[in-house]
Design a binder for this molecule. Sequence first.
Ligand SMILES: Cc1ncc(CO)c(N)n1
Length: 217
Amino acid sequence: MSGWNATIAKKTDYILEQIKQHPFIKELMAGTLSEEVFLFYINQDALYLSEYKKVLATIGVKCAEEDETQFFLDAATGIIHVEDALHQLFLKDKPLTKEPSPTCELYTSYLARMVNTSSVEEGLAAVLPCFTIYKLIGDYILAHQTNTEDNPYQNWINTYGGEAFAESVRKAVAITDRYAAAASEEVVRRMDMAFEKASKLEWMFWDSAYQKEAWKI
Ligand SMILES: Cc1ncc(CO)c(N)n1
């Protein structure tokens, strides 16, 4: 079955390629990423996830079918467990900031705007790369890493490379494909733009962590 997601994934493959080539991912995969950079990332990701949870609940409420609403509400609830696990594993006793980086702010604000003020189709398209890119990157790392035994970041890698996350991604793709199939050409064009922008923001999120991005003032 080849739906909207398969087409837009092909068109935006250049972004996925650049994520795979990014030093953050290369060093994460090798286990050589500096702890400081990783903690910056996990801290920002915890801030990201607490907003993303609201984004998922919002898009869920906007979906027409009961099973679609339930899926996104479950995904939002699932994030609480991911957050807890990441905190337990990596952030215990570490100093944390509650201030989102510029890129974290940009990404969560963009998603919140899309699900609150755009069509349900565009909202779904904006949210989808959070599922699909993490899945593809998780799988990519698992397939290519050489040191699964002593990589300090293995627990993070396993979260996104695992089958539980894969099932959730399949459902998110199926729902979004269903809406795209019923949408006008103009709406599909807007969905494409939202997916591409959110995919770029995924690249920027890793890049901003690698740079330990600060506010300019
Ligand atoms: C920035 C970002 N995107 C997607 C995911 C996967 O939920 C995550 N944890 N963080």
